[in-house]
Write a protein that binds this ligand. Structure first.
Ligand code: AMP
Length: 272
């Protein structure tokens, strides 16, 4: 595996690649969730690029940009183990100019995650578009864990006519059900235990729906009951376009949860 630190190095490598290119953009502190994306990219493409870039424009003032876990050496080993061909780790100063062309995410980016983190998705789309321009992937891999992000990236690719396939990948969980996240390291032992109620609430929702309950209100109530002791920021049930719905439709519904543990927000969801 070759590590590319500059944009010039990446462009030099990219222009000589003829086959299919799989791309996994990340912010590092890699875990099994990222690994599953890289492994899927490996099986489906001739060449695999992973990027690690903690993108400042998607963090709001006061968020954890400076504290975001950084594990460069361990991450390099993981990418190597997953047989990535190139690991791109650019400096912030090379990715952003003094004056930028800004990306304005659509209105739906201001609900749910975008309501809690206004303009967060502007920054996400901006960096993803830049990375797409550099890597020019055939296939780009994104986790369903960040459901709203995935949907907005799909919309951007469609709206801007980018010739890139966006491949949604399943959520990877710890053996006890907690969705893998780079931010799980912030949790105390007690918070880590309490956080299990998030996935438990999603499983109980799925169970209820399995018993033919299709009322969004009833399902949400059950989830709030399960997470009674948590600081739940939201439970929302939406369709694949992220419109709120009243009745659940199998094949076109996503149930989303965010709960807070001190300063740490944990996201989880299931796609029905
Ligand atoms: P991040 O490093 O948090 O920006 O995540 C990079 C990519 O990994 C995004 O597409 C995430 O959705 C994906 N990802 C993060 N956690 C998981 C997980 N537990 N399962 C599957 N994909 C994940």
């Amino acid at each position: 595996m070759k590590i590319l630190k500059t944009i010039e190095e990446l462009q030099e490598v990219r222009k000589n690649i003829l086959g299919t290119v799989g791309f996994v953009p990340t912010m590092g502190a890699l875990h099994d969730g990222h690994i599953s994306l890289i492994k899927q990219a490996r099986t489906e493409n001739d060449i695999v690029f992973v990027s690690i870039f903690v993108n400042p424009t998607q963090f709001l003032p006061g968020e954890d940009l400076d504290a975001y876990p950084r594990r460069e050496e361990a991450d390099k080993k993981i990418c190597e183990m997953c047989k990535a061909d190139y690991l791109f780790m650019p400096e912030i100063s090379s990715m952003y100019k003094e004056e930028e062309v800004l990306i304005k995410a659509p209105n739906k980016s201001y609900i749910l995650e975008g309501k809690a983190r206004p303009s967060h998705f502007d920054g996400v789309l901006q960096v993803v578009l830049k990375l797409f321009g550099l890597v020019q992937p055939t296939n780009a891999y994104f986790g369903k864990k960040d459901a709203q992000q995935l949907t907005l990236i799909q919309q951007m690719v469609k709206n801007l006519f980018l010739p890139i396939n966006i491949i949604p990948c399943p959520i990877v969980r710890e053996s006890d059900g907690l969705a893998r996240s780079s931010r799980n390291v912030y949790l105390t032992a007690q918070q880590r235990k309490d956080a299990l109620l998030i996935s438990k609430s999603l499983y109980s929702a799925a169970n209820l729906i399995g018993k033919k309950e299709i009322s969004v209100e009833a399902v949400k109530n059950r989830m709030y009951e399960v997470m009674e002791t948590l600081d739940v920021e939201y439970v929302e049930i939406v369709n694949r376009e992220f419109d709120k719905i009243d009745t659940i439709e199998i094949g076109n519904t996503i149930i989303l949860v965010v709960a807070r543990f001190g300063n740490t927000r944990l996201l989880d969801n299931i796609w029905l």
